[in-house]
Write a new protein. Structure first.
Length: 187
């Protein structure tokens, strides 16, 4: 678990990363005074909202690089390359609220029968990753809460996010992973 100060550092870093990239087309350097826990490899997502609506969200589900580097990269990507949205413009930057989610390492959900998944997934705690062949989809834990989904709806929507049929989670060839996150919203 990260401290609130470390979370605030990440949110401010995400904001600065986006502003610098939009104004100067440059990726910022990792700050010298980065707290040491933020140099550990962790998964991270940066979510952008404008007037309460999603405006961009990109991340690394796996702990493939130091958290501080991941946040810089995914903040810029969320603002400029999320395929669902036009790039964020300088004029709208003040209207955007950021949220940084730091993820635990995804764990394969092992069950004897697919129906057991419904008992093992805890809404509000768990995020989901669905993988089948080349298809992969991820939904953060807060998505199920925001949409008031139960475990089955959460599974179905994660399957659809992966580009699969909503009931693909019943297929034994489908892998289901859970993870948790720590959310740091912009003040």
């Amino acid at each position: 678990m990260l401290s609130q100060e470390e979370g605030k550092f990440l949110v401010e870093l995400a904001r600065k990363s986006i502003e610098t990239y939009i104004k100067e087309k440059k990726i910022i350097e990792v700050p010298e005074k980065t707290p040491s826990p933020l140099k550990e490899n962790m998964g991270a997502f940066v979510t952008l909202n404008k007037n309460g609506e999603l405006r961009g969200c990109i991340g690394y589900p796996e702990p493939i690089k130091p958290l501080v580097n991941a946040v810089i990269e995914v903040a810029v990507s969320a603002a400029t390359t999320d395929p669902r949205f036009e790039p964020v413009s300088l004029s709208e930057l003040d209207e955007i609220q950021l949220e940084v989610s730091v993820l635990t390492k995804p764990q394969l959900l092992t069950v004897q029968s697919p129906v057991e998944c419904l008992e093992k997934i805890e809404i509000g705690r768990d995020g989901l990753i669905i993988e089948k062949g080349f298809y992969k989809g991820l939904l953060l834990p807060q998505v199920a809460v925001e949409w008031n989904w139960d475990a089955e709806e959460f599974l179905c929507n994660t399957c659809m996010k992966a580009g699969l049929a909503p009931d693909c989670w019943y297929d034994p060839d489908t892998e289901i992973y859970t993870f948790q996150d720590q959310i740091f919203p912009e003040e």
